[in-house]
Design a protein around this ligand. Structure first.
Ligand SMILES: Cc1ncc(C[n+]2csc(CCOP(=O)(O)OP(=O)(O)O)c2C)c(N)n1
Ligand SMILES: [Mg+2]
Length: 399
């Protein structure tokens, strides 16, 4: 898997003769279950060209530019926040660099009211769906505006206004939650919405993934399981992660329709996720999606990948397979994005991150009293006593 990702099954090659108007997705869906889980859906060619009739239906300039903006925002936000970590202004950061197409393509297929159950690299999904940059940065700083009141390590945002659930650091524990949320929605008659549960390739080796996939297969709730296969789980490459032919194929054993898409092709990711979401909304059950991409950055600000992997491979993905470059070429080929507009957009997004950071760095830390909030309906006596003792000690120390 890691060493030699399977080459794209060009959508053109699976079209039948005289079937010119079939989209790449429609052609892909006509494959048998095994072929869908082992092939690779592509809409954009690696050089940023496409066949006009292979494009997602309803894709117009507004939507395409919105997706591009979302991808560029993730890129710029990650660069800026990683720089802040290096300056010692935040404690930890995990980038989604090189994975922006998987992040934003899937986010664009969701609707308001859907539930988003992320892993580490999906903050861009929350932001695309309406979580504010200020809230994301407030959480990273752990200040008083943070919805979690500074209790989580950085990069664990949440936002109830867009149903963006806080991630758990424990890999894959979120997948049963996503399936459970979908089952609960159905039980409550909350129909027409989906829960999407994200994970990495490493996450699919955890027992929780298998328990969740089993529940999804048996009970068929409106859930989409979405794996960003970036071919590394910290220092473990995909080849040591699993002996399965692909990640997607694991879903077949649980009775899940499983699709494998080029995760650096935002339109392929969008099409596959939209298909899975619409199917779930209709009550036709869950889908497992593997988006094949590459982690071109370190695992996190605490990691140095040059110690365990061949960085010439990374450089190839970074320079020749960048999802932003690929989509930008396609947009410019359509005449929808020029160099000047692109530069203006980047400036605007950089200013947004700078301003949000400056504002949130000025905010105070959460009040220490909030430490005992939210766990019990009424704060129990022993916690009140501990808090009071701490406040007394602090008063004595500081006079
Ligand atoms: C249950 C558990 N085991 C190990 C870890 C340490 N850990 C944190 S992230 C990670 C790798 C995750 O890899 P993957 O699922 O591929 O996601 P990626 O980081 O590549 O996006 C590991 C092993 C953990 N957080 N939780
Ligand atoms: Mg991974």
């Amino acid at each position: 898997m890691a060493a030699a990702p399977r080459l794209a099954q060009d959508a053109g090659s699976v079209k039948k003769k005289g079937d010119k108007r079939r989209s790449a997705m429609a052609a892909y869906l006509s494959l048998d279950e095994h072929a869908k889980a082992t092939g690779l859906l592509q809409v954009l060619r690696p050089d940023g060209t496409s066949d006009e009739d292979s494009l997602p239906s309803g894709l117009d300039k507004d939507l395409a530019l919105k997706m591009y903006r979302g991808m560029l925002q993730v890129r710029i936000m990650d660069e800026r926040l990683m720089a802040l970590q290096r300056q010692g202004r935040i404690g930890f950061y995990g980038e989604a660099r090189g994975q922006e197409a998987a992040v934003v393509g899937s986010a664009a297929a969701l609707r308001d009211g859907d539930w988003i159950v992320p892993a580490l690299r999906e903050a861009g999904v929350g932001i695309f769906r309406g979580m504010s940059l200020r809230q994301y940065i407030a959480q990273i700083l752990g200040n008083a505006s943070d919805n979690s009141k500074g209790r989580q390590m950085p990069c664990h945002p949440c936002d109830p206004t867009v149903n963006y659930v806080v991630m758990s650091s424990c890999v894959s524990t979120q997948i049963p939650h996503a399936v459970g949320i979908a089952m609960a929605m159905r039980l409550k008659g909350d129909i027409g919405k989906v829960a999407i549960g994200y994970m990495g390739d490493g996450g699919t080796s955890e027992g929780d993934f298998h328990a969740a996939a089993n529940f999804a297969g048996v009970f068929k709730p409106p859930v989409v399981l979405f794996c960003q296969n970036n071919q590394w789980a910290i220092s473990t490459p995909g080849t040591r992660q699993t002996a399965s032919q692909t990640v997607a194929i694991k879903g077949l054993a649980y009775g899940l329709e499983s699709l494998r898409v080029d995760g650096n092709d935002v339109l392929a990711v969008f099409e596959a996720t939209r298909y899975a979401c619409e199917k779930a909304r209709r009550g036709d059950g869950p889908t497992f999606i593997e988006a094949l991409t590459y982690r071109v950055s370190a695992h996190s600000s605490s990691d140095d990948p040059s110690r365990y992997r061949d960085e010439t491979v990374t450089l190839d993905w970074r320079t020749n397979k960048d999802p932003l470059v690929r989509f930008r070429k396609w947009l410019s080929g359509k005449g929808w994005l020029g160099d000047a507009e692109d530069a203006r957009l980047a400036e605007e997004l950089e200013a947004e991150v700078r301003e949000a950071t400056a504002a949130e760095e000025k905010a105070p830390l959460p009040d220490v009293g909030t430490m005992v909030d939210d766990v019990y309906e009424v704060v129990p006596r022993h916690l009140r006593e501990q808090l009071n003792q701490y406040l007394d000690d602090r008063r004595h120390q500081h006079g």
